[in-house]
Design a protein around this ligand. Sequence first.
Ligand SMILES: C[S@@+](CC[C@H](N)C(=O)[O-])C[C@H]1O[C@@H](n2cnc3c(N)ncnc32)[C@H](O)[C@@H]1O
Ligand code: SF4
Length: 427
Amino acid sequence: MIEKTYIEPEALKEMVGARKLFIWGARHDGYAASLVFKRMGIKQKAFIDSSISLQGKEAFGYPILLPDEFFAKYSKDNAFIVIASGFYADEILGNCREQGFQKMESVLVYGELRRFNYQVDVSGSCNLRCISCPRGNYPDHRKSGFMSPQTYEKLLLKILRDDPYTGIISLYNWGEPLLNKSLPKIVRLTNRYSLLSAISSNLNVTIDFEAVVAAKPTWFRVSNSGWGENYEITHTGGKWDLFYKNLFKLKEYREQHHPEMIVELFFHIYNHNQDDFLKVKELCDSLDFTIRYRHAALAPLDNIEKIMANIPASSEVERTRELQILKVEEAIGIAESPEEKNRPCYYEDHLWINWDLHIAQCMEWYRPGLNLVEKDFLSVSPEELILARNESEFCTACKERGIHRVYCVYGDEKLIAQRESLKKDHS
Ligand SMILES: C[S@@+](CC[C@H](N)C(=O)[O-])C[C@H]1O[C@@H](n2cnc3c(N)ncnc32)[C@H](O)[C@@H]1O
Ligand code: SF4
């Protein structure tokens, strides 16, 4: 169920008053919230984030504090917290309450202010066939194609009209954004309308992406699953040498055109690449890229559902399962536990808008034709979308089975530490 607590910007300013603003979550939801509050004229003091990989770093010129550091110095009387951390907003809210912060008095959830989080798949195709991704393991696909800048601008104007607390637009979901030749224009349009943009790329392209960096995207994620031959197993169809060279190009283009661009390498942990992590981390340190990691998941949720129902999946799915450290059965077991299953769905307020403006049922389910509404994005109102989500029988069935939490389990950094999935000390 999508719960929204819309507050007029002026009323929000009054609520914060003279207190210092802290945003909990220094990832892209946090960046979005940061921009929105800046637009409103509310000054931020710092980010709070428990992630080890972010400690000692800054985001947008603001320091990143550990929760303990923050609570040792601040209270509800001198600080106001906005939670902008997707998967664990409910848990964080619990922590804040324990420390005397109360919702709507001294703490707010950013996701409840804005209506949706927009994932715009500007490219309806990919150059790789990764075995953990539907591009490489699923039999059916939507029609391929690319969003034009003209369509994108109409979409942006509608978002700003319907959803004024929007701060960031993600320009990917299942496609490879660099394949869209209009990506530089699309990024520039996003900036022109004072929004942030997020790109995630496999960077395994021969296309020159200098113009993309020169257009100044806010956040650039590079996806990775190991070093050398190991990388090529799970970034199937990709070439390590090309990827490696492109990392250096990315650094060079960032220095030339956009030094503030946040670059994050996202390492997918499998059992064949655990020993590569330190090498990849050293490379990131030398390039001044942040490294982030996660247990490699099996996508999409359609495959998870098949496994739960004992329906045979493709050979690529089976190969992925062999290589995974956190096995699908284990992740399902955790997601089905009452404690996890009863938690809210992180994806409910995300909209995957396809390049052709169709709105998919969910950003984590893939089968073609499974849409949230019949109308395209430009013709549908936000009220219709919220109603469609809240009345969706598909969502109800997904939540009853705990499927909605499976990827949150894969994203859990604490589980990675507990299981020592990176083997060596990486802090
Ligand atoms: C399917 S990709 C598409 C975007 C782009 N082509 C890319 O490779 O980054 C979308 C996101 O899923 C993440 N991803 C891909 N395979 C994954 C896996 N096996 N486990 C966890 N995340 C994965 C990627 O890092 C990326 O940020
Ligand atoms: S289909 Fe499942 S994961 Fe997607 S929004 Fe609905 S409940 Fe959440």
